[in-house]
Design a protein around this ligand. Structure first.
Ligand code: PXP
Length: 244
């Protein structure tokens, strides 16, 4: 059964909407852990649209499970990560105007762009993961530059509107996870996962961690954070049964 990392960025999004102090992502981190999350995920974006530097420092002091910091492969944020020392750094591509992370890193095309940052993390002993599309070339490239783990981008799977399309995207994830497992990489997955589409991914046992944010925080508005996390945890903890 995969571990559940809960991304709490959107708790901070709500706080930033008024520029005040509530709701506090620190409280959210404690609640998701109490509800059974195996880790807390935050993205310190260059434009600081939700999580702030102070949140990250306090989360490092508070999180008892695992703190996974998503960040762009950019030196100013890397310096912060090196000081705070999260349990894992996940490198993601970042474009200023995007609503959320839009695609995986182009590791196969531009491995040199990641080299400086990767060397910094290697030297400091902080494990890092690369957010990539479910593509065997990207998996191979991530292995070649000595990533500890990969996070497979599940956005295309999650957004597929037809069964045939979903099947093709699922097979891409399966193929990428199978290769990554053979290469000895840690395998995580995330983006766009919700209470309807997550269960099928439990058919890929190579995926050991799912990182989920928006759907959990959205549901928590109606049912509370505790119940929203418990319901997601229950979904990924019970075996998938085909609907015939
Ligand atoms: N994984 C990565 C690398 C992401 O950038 C995000 C979004 O911040 C997520 C997982 C979570 O995606 P969602 O909010 O759609 O569940």
């Amino acid at each position: 059964m995969p571990r559940l990392g809960v991304n709490i960025d959107h708790v901070a999004t709500l706080r930033q909407a008024r520029g005040g102090r509530e709701p506090d992502p620190l409280g959210a981190a404690m609640l998701v852990e109490l509800a059974g999350a195996d880790g807390v995920v935050v993205h310190l974006r260059e434009d600081r649209r939700h999580i702030q530097d102070r949140d990250l420092i306090l989360l490092k002091e508070t999180v008892q499970t695992k703190l996974n910091l998503e960040m762009a492969a950019e030196e100013s944020v890397a310096k912060i990560a090196l000081n705070v020392r999260p349990d894992l750094v996940t490198l993601v591509p970042e474009r200023r105007q995007e609503l959320t992370t839009e695609g995986g890193l182009a590791v196969a095309e531009h491995p040199e762009r990641l080299q400086v940052i990767i060397t910094l993390f290697h030297d400091s002993g902080i494990p890092f993961s690369l957010f990539i599309d479910p593509d065997v070339n990207q998996v191979q490239a991530a292995h070649s530059i000595h990533a500890d783990s990969i996070e497979l981008h599940t956005g295309p799977y999650a957004n597929s509107s037809r069964l045939k399309e979903e099947q093709a995207e699922f097979e891409n994830l399966l193929q990428a996870a199978t290769l990554a497992s053979k290469l000895g990489l840690g395998i995580h997955a995330g983006h766009g996962l919700n209470y309807q589409n997550v269960k099928r991914l439990t058919q890929i046992p190579e995926i050991t961690e799912l990182n989920i944010g928006h759907s959990i925080i959205a549901r928590s508005v109606f049912v509370g954070l505790d119940r929203a996390v418990r319901e997601m945890k229950a979904l990924i903890s019970t075996p998938f049964q085909s609907q015939g």
